[in-house]
Design a protein around this ligand. Structure first.
Ligand SMILES: Cc1ncc(COP(=O)(O)O)c(C=O)c1O
Length: 460
């Protein structure tokens, strides 16, 4: 048994973190061998500070969460007030005022007839819930064979074993196989790397082809993000979502819009589906719902999806103790109210072009191959050769991303995400209150670091 740290005079957080904390998605061996654990202690607006007093521009909103910005006392207060009124009650067969108010608020903002809200504790649980709803929905309607899910290559939908069925990132899947069967994958909308001669309009047809190949009577749902995060902000080509909707309708397949990142203003709308003008049967969400001030997610289902669950004694045999937590719900209500009062959605629409223009201005740096995204959700793809679009080998990518870029950006005070789940990219999703001042600051850090990365790659 380890000694109780509260017995010690001054806590050595580095030492305690290295010894006891298991960080997510992290190579723990490097910390064990002495690498510094980044310890973030406070935040204010677009900035956070570490335990050494260094300031960082949080251009990733703490993993696409803190849409309203850090350090909001009003949102914290909403949680504290709720905790003293009713700290916790469950939504297993009971309701409480904040869950009811939040469900109604979400229904009023969600597109079309997405009127039914099932609360969860986060994004993976929301996806898990949507996949289970889709299967039972078809069973209740007399189509028990409809159990498969179609998702896209390199997409991330969470890490629980059901959600992993949809996640299309090979290295996240293989260590845990076998998992829930039924996941099928189709190409994503990587328009930068479309095979020669292939038009963007053919991408939606891959969904139809896959449904036909699997047998429409076996397919429950299609799950996709409005803009795909993993791989680097793949936007849909014109008409893509409308065609996917038509295909789903033709084969009685539910359309799940996974908006764990793309909702709550991230794309300049409450929901990503609104930006691209399509009507999903189910939306999954989390993160920005509370701006990360509490752990909460939701699955939002249409009137049509809940219909068979309303008949007779039918029951959705599924739940999470903390789904609809009163503190999370109070925080989400305060967050949404602040977004409305402060015109956050309008602010994103007004300034997304400034973010894009700043990133586009980096295109003269040889390593910058592509800039893409929408709203406050963008990525730069890094390439070895701009003419041929040649990418890096995994060893080069390792040297570039982990050996240089991630550390250099962080040391200079910029939190963003250097990632190679597909081709190497740097991703940006600043708090939605960011504006030209922050974009200038980002550019001042990105330019010298990317120029140095270009020089390093040339000498490889
Ligand atoms: C699109 C999408 N779906 C699901 C998830 C899983 O969410 P969580 O990490 O809250 O379980 C994520 C997380 O980033 C995501 O981006």
């Amino acid at each position: 048994m380890a000694p109780d740290p509260s017995d010690q005079a001054g806590l050595d957080y580095q030492e305690l973190a290295r010894r006891h904390l298991w960080l997510h998605f992290s190579r723990m061996g490097s910390y064990d061998r002495g690498a510094e654990v980044p310890i973030i202690v406070r935040g204010d607006g677009c900035y956070v500070w570490d335990d050494q007093g260094r300031r960082y521009l949080d251009a990733l909103s703490a993993l696409y969460c803190v849409n309203i910005g850090h350090g909001r006392r009003d949102i914290a207060q909403a949680g504290a007030d709720q905790a003293s009124e009713l700290g916790f009650f469950t939504t297993w067969s009971y309701a409480h005022p904040r869950a009811i108010e939040l469900a109604a608020k979400i229904a009023s903002l969600a597109p079309g007839d997405l009127n039914r809200v099932f609360f969860t504790s986060g994004g993976g649980e929301s996806v898990e819930t949507a996949l289970k709803v889709a299967r039972q929905y078809h069973k209740l309607r007399g189509n028990p064979l409809k159990t498969k899910f179609i998702a896209r290559e390199v997409a991330y939908h969470g890490t629980t074993l059901g959600a992993l069925t949809a996640t299309g990132v090979t290295e996240l899947r293989t260590p845990f196989e076998p998992f829930t069967p039924g996941g099928c994958h189709v190409p994503n909308t990587n328009l930068y790397r479309l095979p020669p001669g292939q038009g963007a309009e053919t991408l939606a047809e891959t969904v139809r082809e896959r449904i036909e190949f699997e047998g429409p009577e076996t397919v429950a749902a299609v799950i996709m993000e409005p803009v795909q995060n993993a791989g680097g902000c793949f936007v849909p080509p014109e008409g893509y979502w409308q065609r996917v909707r038509e295909i789903c309708d033709a084969y009685d397949v539910l359309l799940i819009s996974d908006e764990v990142i793309c909702s709550w203003g991230r794309l300049g709308e409450w929901f990503g589906a609104q930006r691209y003008g399509y009507q999903p049967d189910i939306i999954t969400t989390a993160k920005g719902l509370t701006s990360g001030y509490a752990a909460m997610g939701a699955m939002i289902a249409s009137d049509g999806v809940i219909e068979p669950f309303l008949e007779g004694t039918n029951t959705f045999m599924h739940g999470f103790t903390f789904g609809g937590h009163p503190i999370g719900a109070a925080v989400a209500l305060a967050n949404i109210a602040a977004m409305e009062d402060e015109g956050i959605i309008e602010h994103v629409r007004e300034h997304e072009h400034d973010l894009r223009a700043m990133l586009d201005s980096l295109r003269d740096i040889p390593i910058v191959g592509d800039v893409r995204g929408a709203g406050y959700f963008h990525a730069i793809e890094l390439v070895k050769d701009r003419e041929t679009k040649a990418s890096f080998s995994s060893a080069e990518s390792e040297a570039l991303l982990r050996g240089y870029l991630s550390g250099a950006l962080y040391e200079r005070g910029l939190i963003c995400r250097a990632d190679d789940r597909g081709d190497p990219v740097i991703q940006f999703a600043p708090p939605l209150i960011a504006g030209p001042e922050q974009f200038e600051e980002m550019e001042a850090i990105l330019r010298p670091v990317l120029e140095e990365a270009s020089r390093r790659m040339e000498s490889l």
